[in-house]
Design a protein around this ligand. Sequence first.
Ligand code: 6PG
Length: 251
Amino acid sequence: MPTRLPDAAPSSFEIAVVPDAAALAEAAAREFARAAREAIAGRGIFRVVLAGGSTPRALYGRLARRPHRRSIPWDRVRFFWGDERCVPPDNERSNYRMARETLLEPLQIPAQRVLRMKGDQVPAAAARGYEWTIRKEFRGSPACFDLILLGLGEDGHTASLFPGTAALAESRRLVAANFVPKFGQWRITMTYRAVNAARRIVFLASGVEKAAPVEKIVKKRRGYRALPASGVAPRRGTLLWLLDEAAASKL
Ligand code: 6PG
């Protein structure tokens, strides 16, 4: 079981530390299953926002296998993304492709329950389109995802909210097209407004290269606000930092 640590700011978030990447994937799968059962029992549906990058790959693989494959009512689950690279859905960099290969195809999730960000479209149009998709999903009520999974970059970015980029300042829209100078590429990303409205947010961080941003944000060290992940603060929901020992090694 994860070790629960007293967090830096009482009651603002919880921290759980597990031994390694494999344990992180299993702990994240249990978190996912718990959130899913709670949402489905309460509201008959589970709207989950998937994270991109490499860390969630092991989580998605576990969800697609026993016991989680059998313990979650997948026909009540609707899949969204927190961000996407502006590439076609079959591109090796696509966050959608990674989830499709590791989770959606193994579970045979039908297309109508998979709401992907269209990285193959012009960025501004893709962002407007996804904003519409979210507003339509919640039928005009404020968007409130049951679970949002987030990764953490070494520079403290999360989703595609990168340091010094325009989307950090977006306070009205739920989705933004965001040019990332460090890559010279466009991304589509949920904004803080969409993320912080969630019922439950779980950061997944694995590896010693994440220890510095984790420590700076969790302990609110000088300059922590320059790290975009520090802006993740659910308004009414809960936040869990799920870390392996390497990522938690500076706490
Ligand atoms: C992306 C992700 C990004 C990711 C972090 C961590 O599109 O790359 O949304 O925010 O979560 O960069 O990536 P790793 O899990 O690969 O370290």
